[in-house]
Write a protein that binds this ligand. Structure first.
Ligand SMILES: [Zn+2]
Length: 158
């Protein structure tokens, strides 16, 4: 059994059997009948430190650990996959439009640019109200903490 979220496709959580040596087995395979517990782990290489009993309930506990200790913070910074698809589609359509009707593409792009500014300010304000750091805001936008702060400090209260 694995734990997944469509918003973080590179992360598949699982209850990793803990071998008597303390090492984690990579999956609950037939080779790991002799194990002493479970720890939450992820296909990306993340592994939790807390060990749970080698029981079905113990395995279930690891799912909650994967969510609370690993997936939740990743999902917080991952746009929903359906919106990523729509955003990519809009981009492709504008590329086509620019080739066929460049003036129409420019009109549409100026609309996108105007609501983009407002939405950036709203999202940054919401992040600051939720106590998100300038470093995390910068990371989400692919810019430095300093750049994020300089760009938005006038638009948000803190
Ligand atoms: Zn992961």
């Amino acid at each position: 059994m694995t734990f997944t979220s469509s918003d973080i496709p590179g992360h598949e959580g699982f209850a990793a059997p803990v071998l008597p040596t303390g090492e984690l087995a990579s999956s609950a395979s037939a080779f790991t009948k002799n194990f002493v517990g479970y720890q939450a782990a992820c296909s990306c290489g993340w592994a939790d430190q807390r060990r749970y009993p080698a029981t079905p309930d113990g395995a279930k506990e690891t799912e909650y650990r994967w969510w609370s200790r690993h997936a939740a913070s990743l999902i917080a910074a991952a746009p929903p996959s359906e919106l990523v698809i729509k955003s990519n589609l809009l981009c492709e359509r504008i590329v086509t439009l620019a080739a066929e009707r460049p003036l129409a593409a420019l009109t549409l792009l100026s609309q996108v640019e105007s609501w983009q500014r407002t939405l950036f300010d709203q999202a940054v304000a919401a992040a600051r109200e939720a106590s998100v750091s300038w470093a995390q805001i910068g990371e989400a936008m692919g810019i430095s903490k300093q750049s994020a702060h300089e760009r938005f400090r006038a638009h948000v209260s803190s």
